[in-house]
Design a protein around this ligand. Structure first.
Ligand SMILES: Cc1ncc(COP(=O)(O)O)c(C=O)c1O
Length: 451
C-alpha cells in the first residue's frame, strides 16, 4: 500500500460528504462567516481561512483542552492555538494574574515587577541572562536580527529551507532546484530580492551550511533546533553541535527560535539538547494565550550592545513597540512560567504525547501506509512520507493538501481538532489518555473508510 494507491476519486467523494456534514453541524459558524463582509477575506486575520471545512468554526468558549463553538459542538483540542495555548485554554493562574492587572492599568509606559520575574525565569530555563520583550515571536525575531546585524556589521541572515519564523522578510527563502537560494513561493511584497538579505541551507546539511557561511557576510543563523512548520524534522546526531561549531568558526551568531520547540521541555530544545545559542527567541505559549514575544541575549552580546552609543535602542532605532512589555503580557508570562508550564506539567504532557505517537504508529502500520510519525516532547506530527523527511524540502514534497483536508474535517465532524496547518497534535496539561484514545479511534475509522 502506498499513499499513491489511495483512490483520489474516493478521497474526493468522502471529503465532499464530510464537508456537507460539517456545514450541517455548523449553521451558526456558517452564518457568522457570511455576515463578516467587512473583514478582508471575511476573517479577522487572513490565515483563519485555512479551514478544511470551507469556513472557520466560530469560538464560543474554551477551557483546558476543550473548545465549544457557537453551535454548541464540543471539541477535544489538539491544535491548542498552534502552540499559543500549550498551557491549555484560559489557565486559572493566568486568568487570575491578568484579571488583577486589567483593573489596574493597561498601557502606562511603566515597567512592572512581573517583567523582571519573567525574565529571570526565562534566563533560568534557557541559560541566557538578558531578556527583552515583544508582542509576537515575529517581532522578537525581527529585533534579534537587527541587533545582530548591528553588532557584526554583516548584512545577511541564514535560515533553513522551508523554515517558518513568522512574517520575517529575511526568512522567505528556500533552496532552489540548482541548490541556490530563491524566494519562497507566495512571498508577499518583498522589499528586495530575498537573496540580497538572506542565505539558506537545508536542515541537517552541515556542508551546505558551511558553503554559505564561508562567504563571510552572515550576521546570524536563525533556526529552529528541529523544524516544526513543515512537519517535524528532527536533527540528526551531531547536526546541532556542527551548526554551533561552524557558526563560531565563521563569526556568525546563532539564534534558536524556540517558539514551537518549547514543546521539548521546560527550557525548550535548548535545555533538552544542551545547546549554546547566542540568542533565544520565543513567543506564543509563554504568555498562556496572551500576546507576548521575547528574546534572550548572551552576556557577551548584551555587554557589546550596551556599549554601542551609536545605536538608538531607546527611540527611533527600529526595535520599538509601544505596548511591548505591557503589564498584562508580563503578568501572564510570569504566571504561565511560574505556575502552569512547570517541570511537572511538561512531564505529564510528554508522557501523553508519547502515547499519542506510539498509537499513531500502530494505526498507520496497520494500514501499511508509508507515513512517518515524529515527536518533539509534547508535540506530535505525522507526515505522508516514510522514512521521516531529513530536511524541509523533502518534507514539503510529502505534503498532500487533499488528504490533509479530508482527515481534518473528518476529525472535526467527530469532535477533534488538529492544528489547521498540517497534521500536528499538541498536548497541554489537561490532555488525557482518553482524549488520545478518542483521536485514535476516529483517525482509525477515517483510514478504514479511505483505504
Ligand atoms: C518557529 C516560529 N517562530 C515564530 C513564529 C511567529 O509567531 P507569531 O505568529 O506569534 O509572531 C512562529 C509561528 O508559528 C513559529 O512557528
Amino acid at each position: 500500500m502506498s499513499t499513491d494507491s489511495i483512490s483520489r476519486a474516493r478521497l474526493a467523494t468522502l471529503t465532499k460528504r464530510e464537508r456537507a456534514t460539517f456545514a450541517d453541524r455548523h449553521p451558526g459558524s456558517k452564518n457568522a462567516y457570511a455576515n463578516a463582509g467587512h473583514l478582508f477575506g471575511r476573517v479577522p486575520m487572513t490565515w483563519m481561512n485555512k479551514a478544511a471545512g470551507n469556513f472557520p468554526i466560530y469560538l464560543d468558549r474554551a477551557r483546558g483542552n476543550r473548545i465549544t463553538d457557537v453551535d454548541g459542538n464540543e471539541f477535544v483540542d489538539f491544535a491548542l492555538g498552534d502552540t499559543g495555548a500549550m498551557a491549555g485554554h484560559s489557565p486559572e493562574p493566568v486568568v487570575a494574574a491578568v484579571t488583577a492587572r486589567l483593573r489596574n492599568g493597561l498601557a502606562t509606559m511603566m515597567p512592572t515587577e512581573d517583567a523582571a520575574a519573567a525574565g529571570a525565569e526565562l534566563a533560568r530555563r534557557f541559560g541566557l541572562p538578558a531578556w527583552s520583550f515583544a508582542l509576537t515571536a515575529t517581532d522578537a525575531n525581527r529585533w534579534a536580527i537587527r541587533l545582530l546585524r548591528a553588532v557584526t556589521g554583516r548584512s545577511k541572515i541564514l535560515v533553513n529551507s522551508y523554515c517558518y519564523h513568522g512574517s520575517v522578510d529575511e526568512s522567505l527563502i528556500v533552496v532552489g532546484p540548482d541548490g541556490r537560494g530563491v524566494s519562497r513561493e507566495g512571498n508577499v511584497g518583498a522589499p528586495v530580492d530575498v537573496t540580497m538579505t538572506s542565505r539558506v541551507a537545508e536542515f541537517n546539511d552541515l556542508a551546505g551550511l558551511e558553503r554559505e557561511l564561508a562567504y563571510g557576510d552572515v550576521a546570524a543563523v536563525l533556526m529552529e533546533p528541529a523544524l516544526t512548520n513543515i512537519g517535524i524534522v528532527l536533527p540528526e546526531d551531531g547536526y546541532l553541535a556542527g551548526v554551533r561549531e561552524l557558526t563560531r568558526r565563521y563569526g556568525t551568531y546563532l539564534i534558536n527560535d524556540e517558539t514551537h520547540t518549547f514543546s521539548a521541555g521546560p527550557g525548550g530544545a535548548t535545555a533538552y539538547w544542551g545547546l549554546e545559542p547566542d540568542v533565544v527567541t520565543i513567543g506564543k505559549a509563554i504568555g498562556g494565550g496572551v500576546p507576548v514575544g521575547a528574546y534572550g541575549l548572551s552576556a557577551e552580546l548584551a555587554g557589546t550592545l550596551s556599549g554601542r552609543d551609536d545605536l538608538d535602542l531607546v527611540d527611533m532605532g527600529g526595535v520599538g513597540g509601544t505596548l511591548a512589555g505591557n503589564p498584562v503580557s508580563m503578568a501572564a508570562t510570569r504566571a504561565t512560567l511560574g505556575e502552569v508550564l512547570t517541570e511537572a506539567a511538561f512531564a505529564g504532557m510528554i508522557e501523553t504525547a508519547t502515547a499519542f505517537a506510539d498509537g499513531l504508529v500502530k494505526i498507520i502500520e496497520g494500514y501499511g501506509l508509508p507515513w512517518s510519525v515524529s515527536r518533539l516532547g509534547a508535540r506530535v506530527e505525522y507526515r505522508f512520507a516514510s522514512p521521516a523527511p531529513r530536511n524541509g524540502t523533502e518534507s514539503a514534497r510529502g505534503a498532500d493538501a487533499e488528504l490533509e483536508d479530508f482527515l481534518h474535517v473528518y476529525l472535526a465532524n467527530r469532535g477533534v481538532l488538529l492544528t489547521p496547518f498540517h497534521n500536528m497534535a499538541l498536548m497541554c496539561p489537561q490532555t488525557t489518555p482518553a482524549d488520545v484514545a478518542r483521536h485514535h479511534e476516529i483517525f482509525d475509522a477515517a483510514l478504514k473508510e479511505l483505504v
